[in-house]
Every structure is written in structure tokens, then in C-alpha cells.
Design a protein around this ligand. Sequence first.
Ligand SMILES: Nc1ncnc2c1ncn2[C@@H]1O[C@H](COP(=O)(O)OP(=O)(O)O)[C@@H](O)[C@H]1O
Ligand SMILES: [Mg+2]
Length: 281
Amino acid sequence: MPTRKRGDLPCANHPGLAPQVEAASCVTRCISSGPGKGASLIKLVGVNKHFGPHHVLKDINLEVPMGQKLVVIGPSGGGKSTLIRCINMLERPNSGHVVVDGVDLMAHRAPVAKIRQSVSMVFQQFNLYPHKTVLENITLAPIVVQGLPREKATESALTYLDRVGLRDKADQYPAQLSGGQQQRVAIARALNMHPKVMLFDEPTSALDPEMIQEVLDVIIGLANTGITMIVVTHEMGFAKEAADRVIFLDDGNIIEDGTPEHFFENPSQDRTKLFLSKILR
Ligand SMILES: Nc1ncnc2c1ncn2[C@@H]1O[C@H](COP(=O)(O)OP(=O)(O)O)[C@@H](O)[C@H]1O
Ligand SMILES: [Mg+2]
């Protein structure tokens, strides 16, 4: 698959438009009509992010269809974390549009808090509350933020703890668990918000090597449920196994965008080849 260039693809939401019509020019139409069948769940249009003089995201255009498993790869400092943090507005871009589930989060008075509930994020550091039990960690946000009755939040928390293989740890505290187990709890916590999208920012980078696979296995299991996922990772085996699509982000630009086969076997950019030659030694 060739690398996508700006300007040569129509908007995926409105394929009836002439091919020369760039996706970016369709944003008003997309925002007003929202995502339909087969539409993008996430759509970034002309997104720029600066930290002071540092231009960290450079005119990013990206559409993620519902159900896609997108892996983001790239060198440290290339903007990967900033990119996914912009999707739930943990970072606000300086310009552009971030459309999630048909809502432009950059619009005046956009319901950011509401949309954020459907975009769960799992961080490198698990960020569990140390003074709360596993079950309390998982039920806190559904009860406090979503207003769910405790019994309902507990019922689904136990289902997700089952899914990550930790139901027997419900009453333990994070410090009693290994790093891998804590990250699996963090995944169950994210799932218990019943999100439409799961964002993972290097979910295994802080783990001892022997714990990486147990967390990847949980994420792979999740991928098989059909949920939309964006995963920043350096785990190339995972990318090959679980991704539908890989993008390579370097210095704030998406410089490669395609299937895992394209990315690993036939990347079009020298920069990608150089990066792969370093990490796939
Ligand atoms: N809150 C911030 N304030 C200032 N600079 C930041 C901030 N967050 C990230 N950066 C800078 O933006 C660049 C991209 O960072 P990041 O998105 O974390 O990259 P990656 O996740 O690919 O390693 C880096 O140079 C980083 O130092
Ligand atoms: Mg990062």
C-alpha cells in the first residue's frame, strides 16, 4: 500500500466526493453529519501542537474507522504521546479539528468531558490509587463520573477483572500486585467506562520483561472483541499480530501509513527503514 499523501484521498465519510477533494476540506460536512456506517470514529484534521517554540505535531491528518486497531510507532520525542493525548484533549491542539464520534472537540463549548468518557486511556505508569483496592479503583469513575449505581459498577468491574484474569485480586491493594497485574487492573479500569475507543500509551514500557507478554495478551484479547484501539508501542511482535494498520510518526509528521505487512516488509520511506533496522536487529 502506498503512503497516503495529503490531497489524494477523498473523505472516508463521504466517498461520493471527487477523489481530489482532500479529507481536510470535508470537515464541516463531517461534523454536521457525524459518523455513519463505516465512518471514522476519530478524525484529526490539520492538527498542530506547539510547546513554546517546539512544533510537536505538524498538520496531522488522521482518520481511524470504527473497530480499527491502529499502532503508532516512532522514535522518542516524535510526538506519539502528544498525538494520542490530543484525541481525548489531555492536550489541546493549537489548531485543527479533533472529531470523535461526530463531535469536534475543538469547537466552542464542545462536550469534552462527555466525549472523554468514551475514550479511555491506559498509561505507561498505571496510575492506580494506592490507597484504594483493585475493585474500588475500577468502580470509582463509573460511580463518580458516570453516576452508575455501585452494584452495577461492581458487577461490570468483576466481569472486566475476569477478562484480565484478576478477579481473585479484587480486594487487594495495588502495592500487593506485580507491575503486570497492576497494568491489567488499569486496563480493566479503562474498560469499565465502556469506552468506544481505547488509547494505550506504551502500556508495557514500564514493566519488567517477564511481565510484558501477560499484558500484551490481554490487549490482544481485547483487540479481538472489535473495539477501536490506538496503541503506541515499541513491541513489534504485537504490532504484527494485532494491528490492522501502522503509522510511523517522526518529528511531528506521519511519514508512513499502511498495513503491518507494508510497514515491516516494504516501507516506502528511508527514515522508516533506518528506524526498523535499528530496532529489529
Ligand atoms: N507538556 C510538555 N511541555 C513541553 N514539551 C513537551 C510536553 N510534552 C511533550 N513535550 C515535548 O514534545 C515532544 C514530543 O513529545 P512526546 O509526544 O512525548 O513524544 P513521544 O511520545 O513520541 O516520545 C518532545 O520533544 C517533548 O519533550
Ligand atoms: Mg511517549
